[in-house]
Write a protein that binds this ligand. Sequence first.
Ligand code: DC
Length: 335
Amino acid sequence: MTIIRGATTIAHDEITEIREAVRELLVQIENTNGLKRDEILSIVFSSTSDIHSYYPAKAAREAGFETASLFSAMEPEINGGLKLCIRVMLFVEKNIAVHHVYLREAKALRKDISQKMNVAIDGPAGSGKSTIAKRLAEDYKILYLDTGAMYRACALQAVNSGINVESESALYDLMSNLPLDIVYQNGKQITLLDGKDVSDQIREPRISMAASTVSKHKCVRMKMVEKQREIARETSCVLDGRDIGTYVLPDADFKFFLTASADVRAKRRYLELKEKGHDVDYDELKAEIVKRDEQDANREFAPLKQASDAVFIDTSDMTIEEVVAAIKSKIQERI
Ligand code: DC
């Protein structure tokens, strides 16, 4: 027996909306879990007390769920809970890997029952960390903190000031007065140096290697880690980086380590940079990525490493959707 959960929301308490939302939710649960309709033994619905106009169970029957036994219940009104929400639990005959499905406003974490949570996503360049972390944060409506952007900003400041990125003492001075701010506009992380938006500049290939080099230095890491911990202490967030699960937040609620073959990672970065109008050479990019991996993984202090309690995912042959679904499934098991 397998039990699958899901939820969705409607905009208005109207029969047509309830019918459509229930149909969409059940069909997505069937598709993402590869279910045949007659494998579903029973479907239990609960809906928030602001839904009066129709039973979700009736909508399910009309949507063609003919053999499962159905049940609908009404939830008590909970302060701060989602509005106009329909939740579902499916009991399935066979044993399968579960993919719970949350749609529309129900994608967000339940503020009424969820604790603050931190999700750590580590991995090498191009493993898909930032795309996945952004998607998770967007869906759960929590903050995304790109810690790589912080090291990139240090590197940009060092390069612009003509500082040798290998020199610990020069970087120490730079760090004591670094005018770095991380702000959010419409949920997007903006990196400011001296009040100037440098979010695009820090992505330039010339800054990537310099970021890896400045990040070797303890004085740089201590400063950045302090800022990262401060943000994570106060708010639920998804953080991506190299050392989040091992050093920055060893007690993070959820830890994932993403990787992919060097070829796949180089290809992803190549397409990303091309799209932004950068003139890049694939072979050079791949060589840089391999060199950066080596430097990040072999530095003395807080190197790139999988935490022993992190879930390992090789994204080489996976789509973004598949990785997001795999991660959410793990998170959903525990919230
Ligand atoms: O994730 P990214 O490619 O933007 O990161 C740029 C560099 O910053 C990376 O090569 C190593 C360093 N970094 C780090 O040392 N620790 C982190 N948590 C994030 C990035």
